[in-house]
Design a protein around this ligand. Sequence first.
Ligand SMILES: Cc1cc2nc3c(=O)[nH]c(=O)nc-3n(C[C@H](O)[C@H](O)[C@H](O)COP(=O)(O)OP(=O)(O)OC[C@H]3O[C@@H](n4cnc5c(N)ncnc54)[C@H](O)[C@@H]3O)c2cc1C
Length: 414
Amino acid sequence: MSGTVHIIGAGVAGLAAAVRLARGPHKLAVYEAAPQAGGRCRSYYDSSLGMMIDNGNHLLLSGNRHALSFLSAIGSEGQLRGPPEAEFAFADLVSGDWWQLRPNPSPVPWWIFSSQRRVPGTNARDYLGLFRLVTSRRDLPLEIVLRRRGPAYERLWQPFFLAALNTPPALASSHLAAAIIRETLAKGGRACRPLIAAHGLSAAFVDPALAFLSERGVDVRFGHRLRAIAFDAGRASNLDFGAEKIRLAPADQVILAVAPFNAREIVPGLRAPENYHAIINAHYKIAPPGNLPPILGIINATIEWLFAFPDRLSVTISFADRLIDVPREELAAKIWEEVAEATKIDMPLPPWQIVKERRATFAATPAENARRPKTRTDFDNLLLAGDWTATGLPATIEGAIRSGHRAADEIAAN
Ligand SMILES: Cc1cc2nc3c(=O)[nH]c(=O)nc-3n(C[C@H](O)[C@H](O)[C@H](O)COP(=O)(O)OP(=O)(O)OC[C@H]3O[C@@H](n4cnc5c(N)ncnc54)[C@H](O)[C@@H]3O)c2cc1C
């Protein structure tokens, strides 16, 4: 009587739902439009660089508990690497200053009183402004809630919120910004260790999840794009994959874990975010200098984060809408100038790749945040998952996995 759970979309949200349900009584069927799983969080072989790279550099924090529990369930928590304590290196390309931000491990934030641990040029009072942010009742643009002048904003909050929200911080949702602070910085440095998938996103999040599911008899059916759902008497009754149509049995349920623009085409009248922002990643095939930190925040430059992998340097530029139509050759050369300046590498442009994700995440503004739907829909047997659903977090791996867990828990509870 438990029926089949049909999971549409094998991004991390869909995979998390499937992994959570795989031990339960339900039969599972997972469908993915693309030839591979992972969605916006995956690795691929890049023939121009001759190596595996990720579609985008992804940073997690040790406070991302749903992401970590997903990795632990599929046996790949060891794939994430980071320093033993929270530390973030920054370089200012205009002043030439370098510094490290080092929140202490416990939740009592004594690091803000230490000039060795906080941002140079700031004092402890500059950090107390966060209190207003985390206690703000209304979801307002950050510019109303956070003081936007001075070194604390320019050297910390601006780059931090830009990276986490992929939205100009002035316009971004105070509730989403506050949620990140509550789940990371407010819990102390122990929840803020930066973590990256050392051998790529697929090796950490995707391949072990597929293996976990396969061992339990659940295969992902690739090349299955859901085109429409037929509804009858307040329930989803048929799934239309074009050549294949599936009639749902009375106990069957559906978790739709696709991007919002796909979901809106499939579910009539679905209210969901409508605006997106781009992220651009630039990859250069060159071994990093030995003294370069694994992740470096860059201030006063076009580039924002520089990731040093053993075989390449990779750059992330968030809210990159202004650059999306710039020719790739021009971008590669311009970004390399800044990388060379930050790293003191005196070399002409190495082999490169530019990856543009036009709709990387929904715009994390208060208006778009208010458009995010809950897990349950108006249709009895249709649930939603994805980083754009009402997780309370911005579009992140943590939010996506949490949404998948929520959908699975709703089904398990019923
Ligand atoms: C460049 C970039 C950098 C990022 N950096 C970070 C970061 O540093 N830290 C962080 O936490 N997050 C980051 N993110 C965000 C993170 O990648 C996403 O939040 C997360 O991957 C979203 O997962 P999802 O499963 O909700 O959606 P998706 O990954 O979009 O998965 C949806 C899946 O559904 C499939 N699908 C769509 N339509 C259909 C259909 N009709 N039928 C069947 N299948 C369908 C798609 O092919 C896809 O596989 C970044 C994203 C990008 C693009």
